[in-house]
Design a protein around this ligand. Structure first.
Ligand code: PLP
Length: 421
């Protein structure tokens, strides 16, 4: 039996209906934008392995940092102790995050970073004896698959089975210049029941790279501030350069109270996440009463090896080479968006930073993991390009190290799909 066959015997994959899913390619090697499966087939990873890998697979600089840390101090508990990479990473991150962010809480994946943000918002008000138990979020948002994160997520078929067991969340539509989401928010906020408003700033990743304007988000944030509702920017997808700035929040005039980071934090090497806070939120847990502390933690919180990987990644991100790569890909995407204008079946083409997305015009609404999407997905895989269309949305989110020639291969394959679908 080969790896794919053994995998089918033993493994349960994410977001996968195993009854109708065949053998999955077994990837045995990665380098830069390329991945190879056990049969030697080569793939271009055009979505950075679910948005985690900006600097290319098996990046030697991050690998070296990890090796050095593993052979110095691989792990130590963060309860009662601290460690050098965790301190250095906190100092580094706080120097690049919005200036009101003052404290970090480490965890190990995006969903837990969101749980920590939501729990701390709820407990902040509990500590003060104020009853604010509800959360605000956008329709179609995605914040992860654990219970709190799932409650905040609006993509219904991800969460349908659990609706009876979730936190109370009120949803508003994404703001546009035409709709009334600001008024809706204003009305909802009158009740004073809300602890926090969570959102993906400027780009809703899992919804299919749905984009909206910073000016509109600014208005919602300042309204929340007026009503003392904490704002949580979930930058798990958008963080670390994907939007063309370090964080999507760097496009805003307002600053969120909390931020959630993960995905590209360690350059796609070690699972790790961060929730950052303002001083005000941190101070809401200070007391002579031990019970007012945030009783939350994960075994691998503050893991030195993960922190060392993140430090190396951030250094790479700020290198001239990587910053130039980001602007170069931005430009290439803009040109490709222009090229796509000649396809009558391309709708709503949009780009921000290294993200490009558009819809393929269809007679009927295409479901998230529906037949049309599966056909597109299979077409790209067959052609050696890893893209995961969402319904009829195709998006590209390539590693920053993707060359223009490699981008051209991705673009050409997309054009081929447009011609035959
Ligand atoms: C991926 C994602 C999450 C969840 O992160 P996991 O590491 O998969 O738990 C949360 N929010 C956003 C915006 C994401 O893209």
């Amino acid at each position: 039996m080969n790896l794919s066959q053994k995998d089918q015997l033993y493994n349960w994959h994410p977001y996968t209906q195993h009854q109708t899913t065949g053998l999955l390619p077994a990837i045995v090697k990665g380098e830069g934008v390329y991945l190879w499966d056990e049969n030697g087939k080569q793939y271009i990873d055009a979505i950075s392995s679910w948005w985690v890998n900006p600097f290319g697979h098996s990046n030697p600089i991050i690998a070296k940092a990890i090796y050095n840390q593993l052979t110095t101090l691989e792990h130590v508990l963060f309860g009662g102790f601290t460690n050098k990479p965790a301190v250095e990473l906190a100092e580094k991150l706080l120097s690049i995050l919005p200036s009101n962010q003052k404290k970090l809480f480490y965890s190990d994946n995006g969903s837990t970073a969101v749980e920590i943000a939501i729990k701390s918002a709820l407990q902040f008000f509990y500590n003060k004896g104020e009853k604010r138990t509800k959360i605000l979020a956008f329709e179609e948002g995605f914040h992860g698959d654990t219970f709190g994160a799932m409650a905040a997520s609006g993509i219904t078929f991800f969460t349908e089975a659990f609706q009876g067991s979730l936190l109370e969340v009120v949803r508003i539509p994404l703001p546009t210049t035409e709709n009334n989401s600001l008024t809706l928010l204003e009305n909802v906020l009158q009740t004073n029941e809300f602890a926090a408003f969570i959102f993906e700033p400027l780009v809703q990743g899992a919804a299919g790279m749905v984009m909206y304007e910073p000016q509109e988000l600014d208005k919602l944030i300042s309204l929340c501030q007026k009503h003392k509702v904490f704002t949580i920017a979930d930058e798990i997808m958008t963080g670390f350069g994907k939007t063309g700035k370090t964080f999507a929040c760097d496009y805003l005039s307002e600053q969120p109270d909390m931020m959630c980071l993960s995905k590209a934090l360690t350059g796609g090497t070690i699972p790790m996440a961060v929730t950052s806070f303002t001083q005000e939120i941190f101070d809401g847990f200070l007391s002579n009463d031990v019970n007012k502390a945030l009783f939350h933690g994960h075994t691998f919180t503050g893991n030195p090896t993960g922190c060392a990987a993140a430090l190396a990644s951030i250094e790479l991100l700020f290198s001239n080479e990587m910053q130039e790569n980001i602007s170069r890909i931005e430009q290439q995407h803009l040109q490709f968006a222009h090229r796509l204008k000649k396809y009558p079946n391309v709708q709503n083409c949009r780009t921000l930073g290294i993200i490009l997305a558009f819809e393929i015009k269809r007679e009927t609404t295409e479901s998230y993991y529906g037949d049309f999407r599966n056909k597109l997905y299979a077409f790209f895989i067959e052609n050696g390009i890893i893209l995961r269309p969402v319904g009829n949305t195709i998006y590209v989110l390539p590693p920053y190290v993707t060359t223009n020639e490699q981008l051209e291969i991705i673009y050409k394959t997309i054009e081929k799909a447009l011609e035959i679908m």
